[in-house]
Design a protein around this ligand. Structure first.
Ligand code: NAP
Length: 329
C-alpha cells in the first residue's frame, strides 16, 4: 500500500486529490493500492494513517481550511512513502517547499512537486540528497504544466545530447501577446482583460516580467542539459514594453512576436526575451498554450506542445510521476 502525503491544498493539491479519488481503479491497476495519509494547507492538516477521506477533506477546505498539526509537524510525526509538494512558488527563498522537500527526503520518502521555487534555488542540493537517500524525485509538473518535456528529454531522448531548448513557457504572456496581435490592443488593455478572465494574477509581474519563464528555464537547463545554472545566469526581458506597432512591423514581414526562453548549451547562455518568429514557426503558438523545441545531436529537432497550466493538467503531470515511480513490474 503506497502512503501519499499532499503538502499544499490549493488548485493543484485538490486537483491531485480529485484525480486520486476519481481514477482509483485505473491508477491502482497501474501502481497497486494507495492511500492519502495527510493533506495540509498553510494553517493545518487532515491526517489519518488509515487513509484520509478525500471528499471530506475537499469539503472542509472549501468551508474554510484545516486546523491541527502544520506541515512540518506532519512530516516529523507521520510515515509516508511519497510527498506531493504543491505549495506556492518562491524563486528567491524556495520556501516553504524547500524545507518540506528536504525533510521528506531526509526521512526516506520519494518526492513529487509542481513547485519551481525549491528546484530553482537548490536543484543540486535536493538531487544530491535524494541520491544519497536513494529516493526518487519527480518534477515534470514544474515546467510547461502538462506539456511532457522533462521525462521526454530524460527517458525518450536518453542517449542524446540536448544542445538547445527554446520554448514558450508562460501561458499568460502568450495569451497577452496573441490578443495584442489579433485585436490590435495595447499591452495594458489586454492585461486587464486577462486579469478579469483570471488568466493573469492581480500582481502579474511574476509572469509578464519573464520571471516564471526564467525559473522554468533554470530547471530545464539543470535537469536535462546538465548546465549547472542558477536564476541569476538568465538574462531576462519581459513583455511589458511591447507595443501594437511592433506587431504591425513584424506582421508586414510575416513575423510575429513571442516570449521565448532559450537555454543554449553550445553558446553557453540562458535567455528569456520577446523574439521575432516567422508566423509558421512551431513556437508561434496562440493563447495560453506552451511549446518547446528541443535540439538534439541524434534525434534532430523535437517539438512538444500542451496546456501550460490548470488544476487537472498540472495534476496529470504529477500523476505521471507517481505512476512512473510505482508502476507494477
Ligand atoms: N495552478 C497551476 O496551473 C500550476 C501549474 C504548474 C505549476 N504550479 C505550481 O504548483 C504549486 C501550487 O499551485 P496552486 O495553483 O495549487 O497554488 P494555490 O492554489 O495558491 O495553493 C497553494 C496551497 O499551498 C498552501 N500552503 C501555503 N503555505 C503552506 C505551508 N507552509 N504548508 C502547507 N501548505 C501551504 C496554501 O494554503 P492555504 O490554502 O491555507 O492558503 C494552498 O492550499 C505552485 O508552486 C505553482 O507555482 C501551478
Amino acid at each position: 500500500m503506497i502512503s501519499i502525503a499532499i503538502f499544499g491544498f490549493g488548485a493543484v493539491g485538490q486537483g491531485v486529490a480529485e484525480v486520486l479519488l476519481r481514477k482509483r481503479k485505473q491508477l491502482e491497476s497501474l501502481i497497486g493500492k494507495y492511500k492519502v495519509v495527510a493533506v495540509t494547507d498553510s494553517k493545518g492538516s487532515v491526517v489519518d494513517e488509515n487513509g484520509v477521506e478525500l471528499s471530506k477533506a475537499i469539503e472542509k477546505k472549501k468551508k474554510g481550511g484545516f486546523d491541527g498539526e502544520k506541515t512540518l509537524g506532519v512530516i516529523e510525526s507521520l510515515d509516508f512513502d511519497v510527498a506531493i509538494e504543491v505549495t506556492p512558488t518562491d524563486v528567491n527563498s524556495g520556501e516553504p517547499g524547500l524545507t518540506h522537500i528536504l525533510k521528506s527526503i531526509e526521512k526516506g520518502a520519494d518526492v513529487i512537486t509542481s513547485n519551481k521555487g525549491p528546484l530553482v534555488v537548490a536543484f543540486k542540493k535536493i538531487k544530491k540528497l535524494a541520491e544519497k537517500k536513494g529516493v526518487k524525485l519527480g518534477y515534470e509538473a514544474t515546467v510547461g504544466g502538462v506539456m511532457p518535456i522533462i521525462k521526454l528529454a530524460k527517458a525518450d531522448l536518453a542517449g542524446n545530447d540536448i544542445k538547445v531548448i527554446k520554448g514558450v513557457l508562460n501561458g499568460t504572456c502568450n495569451y497577452i501577446l496573441t490578443r495584442m496581435e489579433k485585436e490590435k490592443m495595447t499591452y495594458s488593455q489586454v492585461l486587464s482583460e486577462a486579469q478579469e478572465l483570471k488568466i493573469a494574477e492581480a500582481d502579474p509581474s511574476y509572469d509578464v516580467e519573464g520571471i516564471d519563464s526564467a525559473a522554468k528555464l533554470v530547471i530545464l537547463a539543470n535537469a536535462v542539459m546538465d548546465m549547472d545554472a542558477i536564476f541569476d545566469d538568465v538574462e531576462v526581458v519581459g513583455i511589458t514594453r511591447i507595443t501594437p506597432e511592433a506587431f504591425e512591423v513584424a506582421a508586414n514581414k510575416n513575423y510575429t512576436i513571442r516570449l521565448i526562453a532559450e537555454a543554449n548549451k553550445e553558446k553557453g547562455f540562458l535567455k528569456v526575451s520577446p523574439r521575432l518568429l516567422p508566423r509558421n514557426h512551431p513556437l508561434a503558438i496562440e493563447g495560453t498554450m506552451n511549446a518547446a523545441l528541443i535540439k538534439t545531436d541524434l534525434a534532430g529537432d523535437i517539438v512538444v506542445m500542451g496546456k501550460g497550466a490548470g488544476k487537472y493538467e498540472t495534476a496529470s503531470a504529477i500523476i505521471s510521476d507517481l505512476v512512473e515511480f510505482y508502476r507494477k513490474r
